[in-house]
Structures are given as C-alpha cells and as structure tokens.
Design a protein around this ligand. Structure first.
Ligand code: AR6
Length: 171
C-alpha cells in the first residue's frame, strides 16, 4: 500500500530512498530540476552518469545520490511536448512506470517525483499530472511505496491538489 503525498518545494532537500530526475537523453545534466540535482549531488553524480551512455526517452537509469540526502537518483527522460500526437502520453507514463520498476528492483520504499516534462519540455500541466497520478497509483498497488509528488511552484501544487482531490478514496 504505502501513501501518496504532495510535497511542495525543492526535491534536492528530501531524505528519501530515491529522487527522480527529469533528465535529457545524454544524462549529462542540464537546467531545471536536472541542474539542481547535479549541483546538490556534486561531481560524483556526473562521473557516474558518464558511465551510463545516455538513456532513451521513456526509460530510466539509477545512480547513487552522492552529496544528496537521497540515497539514489533515478534519471528518467520525459518526452518533449509536440502537440500530443507524437506518443507523448505513452512516453510520459513509461517514465513513471520504469522509475517505479527500478525502485522495486533496488528495494526502494520512498521515492519523490518532480513534474516530469512540465518545465523546459512543455508538457501541459493538468494532463501531465493526470498521467503521473494514474500511472503511479496503478503501479503502486503492487509494492509498498511512499510516493512524493514534488511541486516546485504554485501552479504545480494546485494541479496535484485538484487531481488527488478528485481521486480521494481511491488512493
Ligand atoms: N525541485 C523540484 N522540482 C523542480 C526543481 C526542484 N529543485 N526545479 C525545477 N523543478 P524541468 P523537463 C520543476 O524543466 O520539463 C533540463 O534541462 C519544474 O518547475 O526541470 O522534463 C533537462 O536536462 C517543473 O515543474 O524538466 C532536460 O534537457 C519540473 O521540475 C530538460 O530540462 C520539470 O521541469 C527536461 O525538461
């Protein structure tokens, strides 16, 4: 079972088993949450990422957390929003599913997700949050996991609150 929380703020401060990074296919860092995670984790994270050879969109890879309070980072690559007819929804759902699959394989019991693809990659927030919650709830019934949906800004917080309120009782 476990539980699902909406957690406002900066994902790099969370002392969970794993935080998820909204990365790009190179896995070599960038802006947004990716930049914040690399800055907080220190150079060891980039060194380990260099050994991974990148990651296709919709898939995920796991590394150590280095200087972060989190023990692991799960790097996943969300789709760039191109209007919605290019498989974006399936790829975004896959990011959440593959991250949870890796978490289960590594005995992770608490995980924090940023709003994957909702920044630089331009995914519409309400649709992305719906996919995040639907996918995580479907997968989480299989394992015991505490899931944080991290909202870095007020719009994201509101979107998660509306979505989880609509789902109250089903979580
Ligand atoms: N903690 C939690 N959430 C955050 C943080 C933080 N410290 N910083 C930003 N967010 P984005 P994407 C939120 O752009 O859209 C990078 O350059 C942000 O408000 O980080 O998947 C990568 O290298 C937004 O809601 O990721 C890729 O090239 C969400 O995290 C590209 O951006 C995702 O925004 C990926 O774009």
């Amino acid at each position: 079972m476990g539980s699902t929380l909406i957690t406002p703020g900066d994902i790099t401060t969370l002392a969970v088993d794993a935080i998820v990074n909204a990365a790009n296919e190179s896995l070599l860092g960038g802006g947004g949450v990716d930049g914040a995670i690399h800055r907080a984790a220190g150079p060891g994270l980039l060194a380990e990422c260099r050994t991974l050879g990148g990651c296709p969109t919709g898939q995920a890879r796991i590394t150590g957390g280095y200087d972060l309070p989190a023990r692991h980072v799960i790097h996943t690559v969300g789709p760039v929003w191109r209007g919605g007819a290019h498989g974006e929804a399936g790829l975004l759902a896959s990011c959440y599913r593959e991250s949870l699959r890796l978490a289960a394989a590594h005995g992770i019991t608490s995980i924090a997700f940023p709003a994957i693809s909702c920044g630089a990659y331009g995914y519409p927030l309400t649709e992305a949050v719906d996919i995040a919650v639907t996918t995580v709830c479907a997968e989480r019934s299989k394992v015991t996991l505490f899931v944080h949906f991290v909202a870095f800004d007020a719009d994201t917080l509101g979107a998660y609150q509306r979505r989880l309120a609509a789902d109250a009782g089903k979580m």
